[in-house]
Design a protein around this ligand. Sequence first.
Ligand code: GLC
Length: 747
Amino acid sequence: MMLRKLRWVSLLLFISFLVITPSAFAQKKSIEQRIDSVMKLMTLEEKVGQMNQYSGVWEHTGPITEENNLLGQIREGKVGSMLNINGVAHTRELQELAMKTRLKIPLLFGQDVIHGYRTTFPIPLGEAASWDMTAIELSARVAATEAAAAGIHWTFAPMVDIARDPRWGRVMEGAGEDPYLGSLIAAARVKGFQGKGLGNLDAVMACAKHFAAYGAAVGGRDYNSVDMSDRMLWEVYLPPFKAAAEAGAATFMNSFNDLNGIPASASKMLQRDILKGKWKFQGFIVSDWGSIGEMIPHGFVKDNYEAAWKASLAGSDMDMESRSYINNLPRLVKEGKVPLSVVNDAVRRILRKKFELGLFEDPFRYSNAEREKQNMNDPAHTAAARDMAKKSIVLLKNEGGLLPLKKDTRTIAVIGPIGQSVRENLGFWSIEFPDSNYIVSQWQGIQNKLGSSARLLYARGCGIEDTSRAGFAEAVATAQQADVVIMSIGEKRDMSGEAKSRSNIHLPGVQEELVKAIQGTGKPVVVLINAGRPLVFNWTAEHVPAILYTWWLGSEAGNAIADVLFGDYNPSAKLPISFPRTEGQIPIYYSHFNTGRPALNDSDRFYRSAYTDLSIYPQYEFGYGLSYTSFSYSALKLSSNKMKSTGKITVNCTITNSGKLAGEEVVQLYIRDKVAQPVRPVKELKDFKKILLQPGESKVVQFVIDKEKLSFYNEKLQWITQPGQFDLMIGSSSNDIRLKDIFELIP
Ligand code: GLC
């Protein structure tokens, strides 16, 4: 009797739960139900159509394949997504075509909105130098707001590839060499792009790319092979992807490279075992441009039929531009080579995002011309871009306190090929608009700052790449008329980026000779270096009193640079990647192993795991960046010098602004596991705090060491800790350690 009563009560409770509380479960169930109902109606060809993506004809970001009745294929339901379709008008036009298909399944529109749509932010490597997650998230938020207003549903960002070889042009697109910093930035960017969640009209789907280990291409040569141990993969290259997945990235993109002989598009280990299996990823994976078809030149398959076969079984859900799926998957299913369940799973994942974006309710909800206009010139966006840009500028040198410059300086000479450039400031992977009046050049920024109070002179001096010195005399003469010289040099905006690997990363052309000539006038010289990657400029580094690394700072570059030059912002950025002294020093990164014969300093000639003809140190190390003020570190205090793996150690230290200007410091915490099997790096970044201090002000900074910070993968890929001693290091960079202690992890 009692049991029957209990059953009735639980049944009533369950029904009330379903009826009265339309919970997320009920709502989610409705999306899954709705996917079911659509899929029940779809033919196999229509399903495969959802797995097919083409680029718009307006712009290409990859090798252009033959045209084949693109619009007709959309009309026939053979296309699920398009990329490189810019603007509300174009997206509406193609969506109207999709609405003429039998099932009216809406198209997805994707675009490389990497560091801004119209309001352009610093290149991602520059943003990474800010170590400011709030600013980085806001940058992605603004990009998403503008992109969504322009009809875009999906950005192919963030690129989260760890990169330790600046010869690789795409180092500009990521967050540098460190997995800890890279993971925080990956999460911040995903959250920024997706905002309050898909379905909000200012949210776009993020896409963590390139999965995986693309940044470790041999020789820094783009698209090249990657060969690494599973431990290195898990320890260094996968963490930012895991962080992106945990942050809710809606999609992933696989990569061009083969990983240990398996092209990523055909890697079941990466796509099914790790991402969809271990990490329980519910989104979908798009291939990179043509990467499924590129398995043929990889020598992994003999034709597109086999490429479609291997890639679909391995978990690539959508085929960008290779046409392997649309031309072969139906046959592969009919022949039993690819189970229908594989296609159904991919299509379900893709349709789920279309439902979450609200495209089935209203396929045109993102294609709103009024909203597009409203969002393109928002002063709040401009302010965010200027803030991000000034926080990205790294002060590399400031001998004699030349910077900040005085605003009452009478005559200033701007010298160099980038000083008056406009579009160059946008860097690679920026969206081109016909007008450029929204871009503030460095010349314009200085004018905006000083108004008519200063006399500004300009001389180009030389080109970026050409070897003509014909302009040197005029540049020297111009410099001689000035009280101070601001030089703006570097590489072209398209010298870093995709397919831009270079064997020579010295300052291009004769620019460093121009620096020598201008330095020779005896005038105070500030050099701005604009680049998408670390460059080599040893003479400048040694002889010029003040150097700012300005990356490519975007549409507010000029204003941000002027803010820093004239002291309205005290530079706070820290390098997210090591700068080599020469190409021969690559790869060089801070978290290296000690080896059996470590070089401890430059004079240590016998025991050295380095070169006899070069310093053991990079030109500038990971985490390096100066300020117009100075900071002292003191009062390091550990709550204990012993901890169990279940415990933790609280670490306190005091940071004081010992200078005359307010400034921000990135206080970095590194550890070293002194004895472990396998060996551990000489130091690893495990935490940092960016703090603002007024002149003379002190603050206590606190860190917590817990088991997670001490864990690593052993040779069996188990995530473990091992008892023993650890060095604890707190510093202003990876090579400027100010406070040290030792603690022990006890069993
Ligand atoms: C490119 C890039 C990828 C980009 C895609 C679409 O080849 O590798 O990062 O998102 O194609 O433009």
